[in-house]
Design a protein around this ligand. Sequence first.
Ligand code: ZN
Length: 456
Amino acid sequence: MTRDLTIKLHNTATRKKEDFTPIDARNVRMYVCGPTVYDRAHLGNARPVIVFDVLFRLLRHVYGPEHVTYVRNFTDVDDKINARAATSGRSIGDITAETTQWYLDDMAAVGALEPDHMPRATQYIPQMVAMIRGLIDEGYAYEAEGHVLFRVRKYAEYGALSGRSVDDMIAGARVEVAPYKEDPMDFVLWKPSDEATPGWESPWGQGRPGWHIECSAMAHDLLGERFDIHGGGIDLQFPHHENEIAQSKCAGHGFANYWLHNEMLQVEGKKMSKSLGNFFTVRDLLDQGVPGEVIRFVMLSTHYRKPMDWTEKKREEAEKTLRKWYLQAAEAEAATPSPDLVTLLADDLNTHGALTECHRLSNAGDTAGLRGALKLLGLLDDLIPEWAAVQALDLSDVEAFLSDAHATAMETKDFAQVDRIKTALTSVGIEVQMSKDGVKLTPPPGFDRAQLEGLL
Ligand SMILES: [Zn+2]
């Protein structure tokens, strides 16, 4: 446990970067809103997963792996799932089971650790019903035509997370008007189900939960009255997170102390959309041969609170850089993240700075530091990924490697890495010539290629 390190996080609720103080350092608790399972995760869906995975890893590093509890839910009851079942002719259970597994596989491929708990909404119906019942009893919710609605105006703090008033939010949002609502802002806690729609017995008839209540019920059940961090994409801030807060607070729960939101993802400067033809899933990229580590690297190169732009150029650069780093890290005897790296991550997850630190470690030839950094960032597990493993090193690989290092050094003005490689090559009798035309290596007569292994 690294007790002398203070993690700083930008809390959306206060709009300030704050020192993070857990309620209980022996059990640091985090909840992140997960996917609705009816289709493959698109690239944008991977961003919160990777962002909060970095935070999860940092918390585990600082407080100890056994002292962190991370919950991320699966929404497996939703009208989009029902619609998918209707159009495909498949059962809801099949669709949600299949897409849940897809999600887990795709997120594992981008290096995300599995959270400690991954509750499914359908497993928490009794807890949701109990919570809704309590809200009705206290006058925060009402039943109307088989629906139960939350009375938004009854919760004076509504809008505090987004820093907007209820009236501003009505003006800016698509609020569903329905005859059974007392106020257009009121949102659904429970709704009736017909024969063809999944439904559960409730005091308000056969029905199903609205979306928001599940997170409040599951967070309470798994993390208690009050927990430390609640995360999600900025698109969830309103209405989903405002509604979660309203329900939980009115049910008498403390709910979350720190709110973190990641910004959205674009592709080549444009919003990803099916109509623009730039829509793709994580699986599409993996199938095209883009390694999961490369996807993760590109995501980490932009701070989570800035909009991120996925570009082909970044993908190429990331792959080149990771190949080089893995080659170096393979030679490391230990994995020790540098204190500087941890400090950077502790500063509101400065992942961009952390990657710059990796460049520095690489240039300095600090292979143990580099390996430790890659490990903490989730970019390297115990084995060098197969795609980057150098099977038979030959001189042209080394020439390319040295020429990359030289190009980097020209930018950073740090030639330590270049000098280190040159010294290593000279030590086995290889003549190194570097000119504007590139790198030329001349081995001594009878040179054994095996001498290159482990040299760099
Ligand atoms: Zn949620």
